[in-house]
Write a protein that binds this ligand. Sequence first.
Ligand SMILES: Nc1ncnc2c1ncn2[C@@H]1O[C@H](COP(=O)(O)OP(=O)(O)OP(=O)(O)O)[C@@H](O)[C@H]1O
Ligand SMILES: [Mg+2]
Length: 334
Amino acid sequence: MGRIQLKQVKKAFGDVVVIPPLDLEIEDGEFVVFVGPSGCGKSTLLRLIAGLEDTTAGTIEIDGQDATGLPPAKRRLAMVFQSYALYPHMTVRKNIAFPMRMAKMSLQEQNSRIEAAAKALNLTDYLDRRPGQLSGGQRQRVAIGRAIVREPAAFLFDEPLSNLDAALRVGMRMEISELHKKLDTTMIYVTHDQVEAMTMADKIVVLQAGVIEQVGSPLELYRTPRNKFVAGFIGSPKMNLIEGPEAAKHNAATIGIRPEHLTVSPESGDWKGIVGVSEHLGSDTFFHVAVDGFAETVTVRAGGDVDLHYGDAIYLTPDHELIHRFDEKGLRIP
Ligand SMILES: Nc1ncnc2c1ncn2[C@@H]1O[C@H](COP(=O)(O)OP(=O)(O)OP(=O)(O)O)[C@@H](O)[C@H]1O
Ligand SMILES: [Mg+2]
């Protein structure tokens, strides 16, 4: 079980309110990602759930029971940090066993849980090594192993992959997703990387300055961002947000169109512009285009082998069905 409910949870450090009262429901078995810019309160929210910070107001319920006043050890949650915090003098086996030794679990039970965790995390061959003899990804897996053996109601991850290089991040991302499928345990995962959020989450919680801007599945957020902030935050490269006369034509203060929802033509189209800098990724190319009459540069996604160059005159046409409209407060116009 791992159902977590936050009711009017607030956090202030002294006079500074970091998280104004918020409500959030996390269902048992869900993979929830907290995403948002640096300093928006993701770690604070996770630490409140873990019990590592006291709430200023509100209640936190775990499986229907009020856990607000419980110390971390009594919440049956396991947290995995960015810094793996392994004991360098202990073998992998001993590191994984540590929380079970503290709980005075029988050796037989300890060993069977270690074997199972090692198997799930491909660590079987490394159990007798010390952390210093492991790669960053392997160390992170040991830290996850130490969390798994506690059989927690939920796992809490705070940017667990940010110390890893790009290739390893992608690999570990998939391993954590797979682990979630195997264990079927609630996971709350904090990241500022919207790609991680999109690829891993059942449910994304977008935060800005301690406020939940939107909660939804990755595709809900991608297709119907409820405001300009979410529109700009989810999706890579970012959605183009255009103000001025072009937006007014659509009865909006701002219109949004994603780079992948524009077509490029050398001959004709809705918007005339000049190609600026382009980024060639091999599979795709992102062109930055200065459109006549727009204050904003427009980013367009095209295929990998499109023959366009700096200074070329082109036309862009947005897919009209996929234009997002926002009012002067930045809220989505349905
Ligand atoms: N112990 C503390 N005392 C005072 N202010 C704090 C404390 N811990 C965090 N804060 C402030 O609370 C806000 C939220 O911090 P938090 O660490 O939750 O952000 P974050 O979203 O995790 O950011 P990042 O992506 O950089 O990790 C920040 O403005 C931070 O300065
Ligand atoms: Mg943080």
